[in-house]
Design a protein around this ligand. Structure first.
Ligand code: AMP
Ligand code: MG
Length: 491
């Protein structure tokens, strides 16, 4: 039988890095969603077990051999406010699996019971938020955007208390790493420079091994994380994703989308879009995300200062220099994403304003973000007489500019072959995203005992770029009555 091979490098770090702890025993675990393809990538053959056995294994009742469950310690800025100790309050790292392809992946349980970091919380998760994270994380992965993955959503068979009693669940999550900006902040704030150094060495070995060859590996680590986060947020902006809780403890050192809470994909384009019920000030609004991640990376640089240079002034200089690189790195990453979405292959002066002018038009028109880009694939081909126009007349001027820009593109732009440009646009602009109203509909059905809509939605999102007429409903924006204005983290 093919099984999971554990090698737990984080568990080998000193005791002050974590708290060893067993998952709470769940009364009647039942598999609601399971990612068989991801299981196989991890080296686990799902056919070797029944669904109930898989549920018992992955919820922690029947811990897989080699797992060494522990709660990780970290600190963080939550909505800008410093919290000196957060840590896994409702989650456990089961261990690290080395896949048959030789890649190391964290296996993590969310909703597994109280830990010393739970503070006032119950350590548990409700079925709805678990399914939301599963669906949105898998959609993100299929959109080609770095993210933690979802291996399983397991109903635990007991009831937890929120505003109302709700079915409890655990999410089994897979990540390149669960190190956060907040992990570094914890060791920096406790004045534990030795711990900070071990953590940085661990991060370099695990995530950025090239940094080991650098003159200062810690500076190289910082630069690598800044680059990974610039690229990640640029991709979020490209698909209209709003993370919702970009606290430093939810900012991954691996540059993966981490800790899906009250997240959302926007429908109509609005740079001020906020969905999270706990973000009343709009700190984490769509358009603020680049500057928020910039701020979070400055906190990482600050935490790493004791390792950047032997004296404080030099360390300050190195930290500042690294962080100052962010705006240009982000702008370049964002422009690359947006050029791809416009079907452009070369880089030309004026591209940024071409993109920004389209966004301004979309905002003024209340246009659907996803479908506007997707329709460019139709707009590039001369419309058949009498066919429905893909764009409102307000876009005509902009479309003319865009067509001229496409023509000005160099060789390789397929300017003589509009259908090739159209295919490139379809490959860059998804038709299907996890729209809030579809996610809410799937969650409501699951609460009522029917996981069918969640499974269908996952099937659709598994191939976000391919038009499938039988799923036309899943491509549509919400009707006025279906619009979801607020999302909840449900913790
Ligand atoms: P989040 O913003 O959801 O990633 O969580 C922030 C912090 O709150 C982390 O330290 C979590 O472990 C903790 N937390 C969230 N929900 C709970 C819960 N139900 N019980 C205990 N701790 C929780
Ligand atoms: Mg978190």
């Amino acid at each position: 039988m093919v099984s999971l091979t554990f090698d737990n490098s984080y568990a080998r770090l000193p005791e002050r890095f974590h708290h060893r702890q067993q998952p709470q025993r769940m009364p009647a675990p039942r598999l609601v969603l399971f990612n068989a393809a991801l299981a196989r990538e991890l080296g686990f053959d799902p056919a070797s077990r029944t669904p109930d056995e898989i549920a018992a294994l992955l919820c922690g009742n029947d811990l897989p051999e080699g797992a060494q469950p522990l709660a990780m310690v970290y600190a963080g800025h939550q909505f800008g406010h410093w919290v000196p100790r957060l840590g896994d309050g409702r989650a456990l790292l089961l261990g690290e699996v080395v896949t048959p392809a030789g890649e190391r992946r964290d296996i993590h349980l969310k909703g597994s019971g109280r830990t010393p970091f739970s503070r006032g919380g119950d350590g548990r998760a409700a079925l709805g938020p678990v399914l939301r994270e599963y669906i949105v994380a898998e959609a993100m992965a299929r959109l080609g955007i770095p993210t933690t993955r979802a291996l399983a959503a397991i109903a635990t068979g007991d009831t937890i208390t929120r505003d109302t009693p709700l079915p409890g669940a655990v999410l089994v999550r897979v990540a390149r790493s669960h190190l956060r900006v907040g992990t570094f902040q914890y060791f920096a704030a406790t004045g534990d420079v030795e711990g900070l150094r071990e953590l940085a060495d661990h991060a370099v070995a695990r995530l950025y091994p090239h940094a080991r060859q650098a003159e200062n590996p810690c500076r190289a680590l910082l630069d690598a994380v800044i680059g990974a986060q610039a690229a990640l947020v640029a991709e979020w902006m490209g698909v209209g994703f709003i993370h919702g809780v970009m606290n430093t403890d939810n900012t991954s050192i691996a540059g993966e989308t981490l800790d899906y809470g009250p997240c959302a994909f926007m429908d109509a384009f609005d740079p001020g879009a906020v969905f999270s019920s706990i973000d009343s000030m709009g700190r984490y609004a769509y358009g603020n995300q680049p500057s928020i991640v910039y701020w979070n990376l400055a906190r990482l640089a600050q935490a790493l200062m004791p390792l950047l240079a032997p004296d404080a002034a030099q360390a300050q200089h190195a930290a500042q220099e690294a962080v100052d690189g962010f705006p240009d790195r982000y702008e370049a990453a964002w422009l690359a994403v947006m050029r791809r979405k416009l079907g452009l292959v070369s880089a030309q002066e004026g591209d940024a304003s071409l993109v920004r002018d389209l966004l301004t038009l979309m905002h003024g028109q209340g246009a659907d973000y996803t479908l506007t880009f997707r329709r460019l694939a139709r707009a590039v081909i001369a419309p058949a007489a009498g066919a429905e126009r893909p764009f409102a007349p307000a876009f005509d001027g902009w479309l003319g500019r865009w067509r001229r820009r496409l023509e000005a593109d160099g060789a390789g732009a397929d300017r003589s072959d509009p259908s090739a440009v159209s295919r490139r646009l379809e490959a860059a602009n998804p038709l299907f995203i996890p729209r809030n109203h579809l996610v809410e509909e799937a969650l409501a059905a699951a609460y009522a005992g029917d996981p069918g809509p969640a499974r269908t939605l996952l099937d659709v999102l598994a191939d976000p770029f391919a038009d499938r007429p039988q799923h036309a409903r899943h491509a549509l924006p919400p009707t006025p009555g279906e619009i979801v204005r607020e999302t909840f983290c449900g913790t």
